[in-house]
Design a protein around this ligand. Structure first.
Ligand code: AP5
Length: 182
């Protein structure tokens, strides 16, 4: 099973991805987690990425595409994967198509978790990650609307998109996710 999780920051992509990992035994691949690991390791890439992430902007396409290319080449991705937070731009979506065509593993489903902005702001303020202050959250929402939301039409046009309401309990949302991938 090869799934992309779209959805605004704080819509629950990471939370639901972990449930999907348990249910289907395939890895979660989160560009946000990969970038935070680089930040924690103090690499040059991490130092540059942190400055971008702290403002709520997107890290350069070539950086995240390179990370995904490397990660998808690892053995555990052969049986499937859940992409969490990638792609987020049209060039990233095009690069993913190209990469998956090369390895003969097309996507099965793209799920958009749909949550109202005000609920998102409340969730993220309560979490308090480094990029979870109100100004950065609003910027992340704006960047999502401008650069990532257009991907819904891109995947809808290819009959891959399922929109899952992302409000309510984690368990109820997960049931909707399972129905969407069934
Ligand atoms: P990333 O790490 O991907 O963060 P994000 O998209 O902003 O998403 P979050 O992790 O904040 O939220 P989520 O949707 O996973 O929700 P979660 O389950 O955690 O990206 C961070 C930054 O890295 C970007 O801004 C960018 O700079 C860079 N980056 C990453 N990928 C990139 C890419 N492809 N290209 C370029 N740059 C990239 O839930 C959020 C909170 O809500 C949690 O506290 C959770 O417990 C709670 N919650 C979850 N579900 C519910 C529920 N049903 N009810 C109530 N609370 C809930």
């Amino acid at each position: 099973m090869r799934i992309v999780l779209l959805g605004a920051p704080g819509s629950g992509k990471g939370t639901q991805a972990k449930r999907l990992v348990e249910a289907y035994g395939i890895p979660q691949i989160s560009t946000g987690d990969l970038l935070r690991a680089a930040v924690a390791a103090g690499t040059e890439l991490g130092r540059k990425a942190k400055a971008t992430m702290d403002t709520g902007q997107l890290v350069a396409d070539e950086v995240v595409i390179g990370m995904i290319r490397e990660r998808l080449s690892q053995p555990d991705a052969v049986k499937g994967f859940i992409l969490d937070g990638f792609p987020r731009t049209r060039p990233q979506a095009a690069a993913l198509d190209e990469l998956l065509a090369e390895i003969g593993q097309p996507l099965n489903k793209v799920i958009n978790l749909d949550v109202k902005d005000e609920e998102i702001v409340q969730r993220l303020l309560a979490r308090g990650r480094a990029d979870d202050n109100e100004a950065t959250i609003r910027k992340r929402l704006q960047v999502y609307a401008e650069q990532t939301h257009p991907l819904l039409d891109y995947y809808r046009g290819r009959h891959l998109l399922a929109v899952v309401p992302g409000m309510g309990s984690v368990d109820d949302i997960f049931k909707r996710m399972q129905a969407a991938v069934a």
